[in-house]
Design a protein around this ligand. Sequence first.
Ligand SMILES: [Zn+2]
Length: 248
Amino acid sequence: MLTGEEALRYSRHIKLPSFGTEAQLKLKTARVLIIGVGGLGSPAALYLAAAGVGTIALMDGDKVSLSNLQRQIAHFSSDLGKGKVLSACEKLQALNPLIRVETIGEFLAPDNAEQIINSYDFIIDAIDDIEAKFLINDVCVKSGKPFSHAALLQYEGHTFTYVPGSACLRCIFGAPPPEGTVQTCSQAGVLGAVAGLLGTIQAAEAIKYFTSIGSLLTNQLLTVDALTFSFSSIKVSPNPNCKHLCEL
Ligand SMILES: [Zn+2]
């Protein structure tokens, strides 16, 4: 049941067609892991906290630096030098003290990925490291764990959602590109608001997953170019030769 305070706090959700108290209760018991608390993870975490997702885990081993503040909106100037998970945790709890926020102050690695990912119901890939993105993909596919992927550079980005049986990152992009062949945001720059846009889409996908409202971005790659604000949705299919056997 929702308390009176929760019913008022989430009243604009509850009034939504097909949402109601039932969907809000599903969010209350939901457990989301956000890997990377930067440009994508900040808006995703803030929206999920505001939405009343009962447990949000923040995972990042990095500290807040000055060049982060142009887009990583969970961190303020007063947080410089602080661990990103602590900085974001403070904002999330100030925004919504009714939810539980867990902090994992380390980077995702092959030796911790499986155990951590398996403790949550939905994963948000909000990390900027390509190798780590493939690690998240591979562990989630192996464990049958749904996740939202997003990536961006300069004025462009893309996102898709994986659920067991749908196209995974390897179905769409194959293997990680050779090291050093892809530019990073620190090399090529990024418009902060594009990260905000994609992180917000990731939060909405998690909410839709838990509440079974609408249809997810599965088997489609949503791309956005902020220079013209053209969005496109490219149909993708599970690859029968995908080495991670994303079989239908
Ligand atoms: Zn696949």
